[in-house]
Design a protein around this ligand. Structure first.
Ligand SMILES: [Zn+2]
Length: 472
């Protein structure tokens, strides 16, 4: 119906804007005064024209109504290589969308049934990516770090352009500040913004705030988690004491609210034993972020010979989630390369994006995913670690897949080949030959990013270009 309305409007626009007259066999021809004399009409002619015009409009209406009924889908992604790990799909398929939902994933869906058809041949089509370690509680409070401060980032500028449709802010807000985060970021973002609530009531304000055991309240934290569906877990970060209280209180809150905890561990010299954290304090399903970090104050996962510590292998078997959380200082090739060579893949791939990582080695979700592709992790596993696995980890089974009826968060990628360099958090480079690039992102069925206009009509179909579009 949109096209027909546009065509009718085009004649009017042609008249108004260019002063040109279009004479054709249609009945809604607009005749300019200057040429009226030449094509002077009689009353009978005018009556005939009036009736013809009415009939034309009626036909147009019926055609539009018919077309609308025939079009089952609002958007069809045609011929892309679909990777949907939850549904074990890995091959050329079409993805049909109706409004904000996935309608059908199948081979050879009739393009006539869709209002908009996007040619995805040669491209990968996946569920919208989920970044479970992000920092989006941005604000203008001085000295507030990642909690209503300058170091956090508004999500929409960093998500859709790399295929991310959901982020989980990792501990920016605590139970005292979540309502500000919700008003300020969650309600004003097109990206779906979720939260790991900090065990610290004040959230991730940095410095002494994050060391204050008196502000780590399991019950208040659990209560606010249960009151807000956007909160999917609890975060511990940056604590540098010898006490286990922050971890244990977060796990306690996690038990009450039935959500996982994410631990950014360490800070004490000598480090607290990683073994105790992974095998004693955390529960299966809890998340160990910054998996491939090698930092003072925290033990690494790989030993100096490039083998995972036995307790790390045990933790994997126990169901501890190993999350990348690349960030500005937490991803070293010296840890990741031997891990990937031995098949120790991250459960979830995430950015830990903030102002100190966005322009460093991390850059964005796709750059981090491309690193793992070049290190030898299979592409399907890389997509799984960025879609279905993070959705499962945060108990959001409604996300991260393309099942009919699911929300139509979809990403379309090209795989570039060439010579690329990737940088780790210590500043070391790894050279690779592949790089993912985002072509198109849909959020709830709406095109929110389109790098090369694959979802857009040619400029020659713009009514304002009609007069000269086909001239050379
Ligand atoms: Zn972080």
């Amino acid at each position: 119906m949109g096209n027909a309305a546009g065509t009718t409007g085009s004649a009017i626009l042609t008249k108004r804007e260019s002063g040109l007259t279009r004479i054709n066999n249609r009945s809604d021809v607009i005749v300019m005064p200057a040429v009226k004399k030449k094509y002077q009409t009689t009353n009978t002619d005018l009556n005939l024209m009036y009736v013809t015009r009415k009939l034309y409009l009626l036909c147009l209406f019926l055609m539009c109504a018919g077309a609308a009924l025939a079009q089952e889908y609002t958007l069809l992604l045609k011929g892309g290589h679909v990777v949907d790990p939850k549904n074990n799909i890995d091959g050329v398929m079409d993805v049909a969308i109706k409004d904000d939902k996935i309608a059908l994933v199948a081979k050879n869906i009739d393009p006539k049934k869709a209002t908009l058809v996007v040619d995805a041949k040669g491209l990968y089509v996946t569920p919208g990516l989920i970044d479970i370690h992000s920092h989006n509680f941005f604000g203008t409070q001085p000295d507030h770090y990642l909690s209503d401060g300058f170091e956090a980032l508004p999500p929409d500028g960093f998500t859709f352009r790399v295929g991310v449709t959901t982020v989980v802010d990792a501990g920016g807000a605590g139970w005292k500040t979540f309502s500000t985060f919700k008003r300020q970021t969650i309600e004003h973002s097109k990206t779906r913004v979720l939260s790991f609530l900090n065990i610290v009531g004040e959230g991730m304000r940095g410095g002494p705030y994050e060391q204050n055991l008196a502000d780590m309240d399991s019950r208040m934290t659990a209560m606010v988690v249960r009151q807000n569906s956007e909160i999917v877990g609890i975060k511990v970060a940056h604590f540098s004491g010898t006490e286990w209280d922050p971890v244990d209180r977060a796990v306690e809150a996690g038990k009450i609210a039935n959500v996982p905890v994410m631990i950014d561990f360490g800070g004490h010299v000598p480090p607290l034993p990683l073994r105790d954290l992974l095998l004693t304090h955390l529960r299966p399903g809890d998340i160990f972020t910054h998996a491939y970090a090698r930092l003072t104050g925290r033990g690494p996962v790989m030993d100096d010979q490039g083998n995972p510590f036995p307790y790390v292998q045990e933790a994997i078997k126990r169901g501890i989630v190993f999350d990348v959380g690349h960030g500005g200082g937490s991803f070293m090739f010296s840890q990741a390369i031997p891990a990937i060579r031995q098949g120790f893949y991250p459960t979830t791939i995430s950015t830990d994006i903030h102002t100190a990582s966005m322009n460093a080695g991390m850059k964005d979700q796709l750059n981090v995913m491309s690193k793992f592709v070049n290190l030898g992790m299979p592409l399907q596993a890389v997509f799984k670690a960025s879609t279905w696995s993070p959705a499962s980890v945060i108990h959001r089974d409604d996300l991260g897949h393309l099942t009919a009826g699911a929300v139509a968060d979809v990403a379309v990628f090209s795989m570039l080949t060439g010579k690329y360099g990737f940088i780790d958090s210590k500043g070391y480079k790894f050279e690779g030959t592949k790089k993912l690039e985002c072509e198109l992102t849909l959020r709830a069925g709406e095109v929110v990013y389109d790098l090369n206009g694959i979802s857009k009509p040619s400029w020659t179909t713009d009514p304002n270009s009609a007069a000269f579009a086909n001239k050379k």
